[in-house]
Ligand binder design. Sequence first.
Ligand code: UD1
Length: 386
Amino acid sequence: MPHPNRPFVHLIAAARPNFMKVAPLYHALQRDGGFALLFVHTGQHYDKNMSDVFLRELGLPAPDVNLGVGGGSHAEQTAGVMVAYERLCLERRPDWAIVVGDVNSTMACTIAAKKLEIKVAHLEAGLRSFDRTMPEEVNRVVTDALADLLWTPSADGDENLRCEGIPDNRIERVGNIMIDSFEALRSRIAAVDIVARFGCPSGDYGVVTLHRPANVDDRETLGTIVATLGQIADRLPLVFPVHPRTRDRLEQFGLAERLANHSAVLETQPASYVDFMGLVTASRFVITDSGGVQEETTYLGIPCLTLRPNTERPVTVTHGTNRLVSPDDLADAVAQILTGVCDRPSRPPPLWDGRTAERVVASLREVCERAPSSAGFDRAFHGQSL
Ligand code: UD1
């Protein structure tokens, strides 16, 4: 055992939205000093602008281990991560594997760890869109069914887990860790020079992000979205950092040129975290299909139009600025924002306060103290009394 006196923890990141969840926890675990930490990157995202720049801006070191799995079909990617992560666990067996979010690697590492009887904690547990055509929903359901400790961002998460039969003593509401990243970098985000960086007037543009298969993998749907973005850009400029999947599909479907013809749609490479949050903070509204952006706009009170029929983050609609829209309704929804028809105040949900990482560390410490051994943990957390 390399760390006889401290629980040995793997902290696992894989894809762009994971880094802003892992960074605050990495820093909080380091500050605490009570855990031996191995920072693992599965390599699901590998481009510099989808991975390295986020590590750098969020103050994360180079990963201790990069599994280098890369892309592929869902089965190929999931299997690749399972094989590589199992090998790592056999070589450097942790007491706890911490997974975050809902990407393929989250589920793959959970399955590999549980088959080796390693305890798993899931940060951002309990979110449900109830739409199993979304790959992320499958990842969430499987991860939460297997994980030993479930850290949720909001009350709906607790409720969803209870409905799936997860006992209360495995659920802990800790809040939204992405807000920790925003607060840590707030001053650098506020200093982004939007005019110099993106060439549009602060406060007078919209931001667009799109990458979900349901929006970008179908030619007709993506064609409607491109045409509508063109119409909207006749009224005010749109800044559109284009995801690699979306770039591929635009080219494959012959839509890239059509988009480029709208001079007020400003296409950019995927933006870094600080640049992107700077862009969102100074925008008039955001059009997105991302999960995290729905939360960030709610926190900031920026109107958000989500191009999806459902969301696993309902508090962004009930407490925040989020509205679900179809491609056909998008132009009208933007017009309503621009005329102020649907202005409403945003209330960040409880515990979205920049202190989630502290609560996660306290929860992990408490669990490790209560049940330091695996057998003790199983008795305490899987139904048997100690
Ligand atoms: C993945 C996650 C999604 C998350 C998104 C954020 C799953 C099922 N999906 O989707 O939940 O919101 O990340 O981006 O895990 N590619 C590159 N460079 C990269 C990464 C990807 O070129 O660094 C290419 C891949 O080769 C592939 C495409 O982009 O062609 C999609 O990548 P993939 O990781 O499969 O899924 P995302 O759509 O990014």
